[in-house]
Write a protein that binds this ligand. Sequence first.
Ligand code: 5GP
Length: 175
Amino acid sequence: MTAPEQLKVLLTKEEIRGGVARLAQEINRDYRGKHPLLLGILKGSFVFMADLIRLLEIPVEIDFVALSSYGSARVTSGEIKVVQGLRSKVKGRDVLVIEDIVDTGITVGYFIDYLKKKKPSSLKLCALFDKPSRRKVHVPIDYLGFTIPDRFVVGYGLDYDERFRHLPDLRFIED
Ligand code: 5GP
């Protein structure tokens, strides 16, 4: 079983903090005078969401949705199911989707299409990490923290079989 100290650090907690602060500045600037609905995709985005909203200087509403892909932990199969649905009204709202990591783009691409049908007044995506080398579905990321190499990363909310979400740095499992 992999122990946390066997994982290599890709981004330190200080580097992540800097990236989150930059994203918060951009969101504060662009949403001034607005009251956006921030929709986090569970479970991975909960740490990012918690850090991000405490740096926002605009009134925000928060909701979470749980999506899950069929198949194993490391590969998105392409079929997405909504495990826990949306409770907030999306129609006419400025909606900002908060995602931990975009890999193939299948998960967030599916969710954005689902939200578009609910007629928000605006719809944008904020992702902390992007692994563009494995993209299958084109998804424009309006606010991006870090582009990272094609590694399976854990920590800062991200898991491997439900482990390592609590680690403050972003780490990767060496093959
Ligand atoms: P996508 O649908 O873009 O391929 O994958 C998105 C989801 O897969 C993310 O929300 C995340 O839950 C999971 N995922 C993708 N890459 C990684 C990774 O490197 N580490 C972890 N822990 N999860 C990942």
